[in-house]
Structures are given as structure tokens and as C-alpha cells.
Unconditional design. Sequence first.
Length: 227
Amino acid sequence: MSNAVLTLSGIEKSYNRGLPGEVTVLRGIDLAVAKGEVVALVAPSGAGKSTLLHIAGLLDTADQGRVEIDGQDMTRLSDNRRTAVRRADVGFVYQFHHLLPEFSAAENILLPQLANGTPRGKAETRARDLLDRVGITPRASHRPAALSGGEQQRVAFCRALANQPKLLLADEPTGNLDPETSDQVFDALMELVRGTGLSAVIATHNMELAARMDRQIRLDAGRLAPA
């Protein structure tokens, strides 16, 4: 796929490789995600979806296979270069928000931008804009403990998009929320993704949410297939 933002080719991953008790998690995974495409990754617990997302996002390495982001082969990059690509081009959202508790909502969005070399004024403007997009600007100065679960996760979405990445990887981003809040927060996430033209792979158990994405794929027994 010539316009793919993410391409995985022949990805294989095992744990305890070559030892008794070796567990093979991924078996020859091939996946291409186009610019602006939102893909739902559906998988049972323990199927390896987190491992797959970590490899796609350069947090882990495959035993075999190739990862390309925006057409660039990540396989042979140094650790420092992988870190730089991950910081600039990939946004992560997890089931738990992982916000820094001592900083406000706005500061949690500001910090990754400063770490990426963005001037403070520009970073503050970006943080305000993202918080406005998810409808919680009045909560900008509140620390995570003073926010509801849905508000915390909206801030986590904003933080993931702070550096204007090309690719968003989300691992059960509404899994800790009640159904009503989950729908509201998912709406906010999709508005952010669609509004910025991001490519995204979003892991979820919720088939209703998966159906609202462009494409659904299923990971089972280490292989991908249409859901």
C-alpha cells in the first residue's frame, strides 16, 4: 500500500525463545494502515494485541519481520533514533490514563511537546486547542485526581496527540469506563482522530465501537484475519 502510514511485514514474536516453555504470540503478521484510516483490532484476552501494538509503536522489537512508519524501515534504526521517531510520530493511549499526578491536565499535554523541542508558547496553544476539542477546557488547571475517569482519559487522548503524530495506537482506551462514559469518550477520540487525519489502530473488545471504525481485524492464535 503506497500511502500506508504503518506497514507490518512478517512480524513474529515469541517469549522464552529457544527455551522450554517457549510461547509464540505473533505468527507472520502482515498489516498496512493507510493515511487517515482507523482500524479496529479485536482480540480475546491474552491473544497478543498489546505485544502487536508495542512492536508497531517501537516499544518492543519483533523476532522477525519489518516495521515501516510512513515508508521508513524502523528495523535497523538505533535505539536513540527509534526513540526520536516514537516521540514525534507515534501517539499511545492505554486502558489506564497514566497521567502524571503532580501536573495539571494542561501540563500533562504540555510536557511531551517541550520534550520534543516545541517552544513553550506554541505548546501551550496546542494544549489549549486539544482540551477545547474534547470539551474540558474548564478543567485544564485540575490535576488528574480531581478529574473523572472520562475526563482523565480525554486528557490522555490529548497528550497522545500533543506532538501531532502520524499514527495513534490505542489499547482498550475505554476499557475502564462504564458504558455511557465509554461511548462519550470514544466519540471524543474519534473526533480528534478524524479532525487531524490520523491513522489509528485501536484495540477493543467492544464490537459496537469496532463497527464504527473503517475496518475490523481480529488477532487470534497469533494471526490476523478480518473480524
